[in-house]
Design a binder for this molecule. Structure first.
Ligand code: PRT
Ligand code: MG
Length: 213
């Protein structure tokens, strides 16, 4: 049995064409079923639905043989025990620093002020500001980062941005582009040895679909 860990929503949706290229069709719609293990048209391939942030954990410890996860999530988790053969070029966005309209970020940086920064991405944020030489107090949040500068919880946020509409709707502006993000295929290293033939077949089919795109 091959177990693929996916999160519901954009990653699941954008993975379907890649699975199709590998001849795999998921038999249930995750938005409609309450099942967490989904069968596919291939009796030896199944999909498990997990929280996006749990995908690397499932694959690292062998709860799944492979999974698809955003680079943001992967960097925060660390790549321990994970073989990362492909950038799938899906669920693309960027990770940025944003502040309230009217907050003079450039001046704060220039003056060497201590910035409070709210984020789900504490590791990425710490590394970015350390490299830049900016002193920060990091505040860990689990969602709705956009609220932090509006309520006075923090001066800035580090968050994912795609269209920028969410920032705009909340009167926030992007002041730093930290890095581009896309989703990665991650594979359990022991699985890769034990189930080499079926896993290679899936990896190669995904790689082939990427070349077509
Ligand atoms: O939503 P939930 O709390 O269950 O989990 P999650 O947010 O970790 O999962 P999910 O499915 O929302 O995101 C999975 C992955 O998709 C992320 O880890 C990213 O790699 C990738 N991705 C791509 C995004 C976006 N684009 C994106 N726009 N993840 C989140 N967003 C957020 C963004 O932070 C903003 O708040 O969507 C909102 C809308 O963005 P704008 O700029 O288009 O308005
Ligand atoms: Mg989300």
């Amino acid at each position: 049995m091959i177990t693929l860990a996916l999160s519901k929503g954009r990653i699941f949706e954008e993975t379907l064409p890649l699975l199709k290229a590998a001849g795999i069709q998921v038999l249930d719609d995750p938005e409609k079923t309450r099942k967490l293990i989904l069968a596919t048209n291939q009796p030896d391939v199944r999909v498990v639905l997990v929280r996006a942030t749990d995908v690397p954990t499932y694959v690292q410890y062998g709860g799944a043989d492979l999974g698809i996860t955003g680079l943001d999530t992967l960097l925060e988790h660390g790549g321990d025990g994970l073989y990362q053969p492909l950038d799938l070029q899906i669920a693309k966005c960027r990770i940025s620093v944003a502040v309230r309209e009217g907050f003079d970020y450039a001046a704060a940086v220039r003056q060497g002020s201590r910035l409070s920064v709210a984020t789900k991405y504490v590791g990425i944020a710490r590394e970015f500001f350390a490299t830049k030489g900016v002193h920060v107090d990091l505040i860990k949040l689990y969602g709705s980062m956009e609220l932090a500068p509006l309520t006075g919880l923090a001066d800035a946020i580090v968050d994912l941005v795609s269209t920028g509409n969410t920032l705009k709707a909340n009167h926030l502006v992007e002041v730093e582009h930290i890095m581009d993000i896309s989703s990665r295929l991650v594979v359990n290293q022991a699985s890769l040895k034990l189930k080499q033939v079926p896993l290679r077949r899936i990896i190669d089919a995904f790689a082939g679909a990427l070349e077509q795109a």
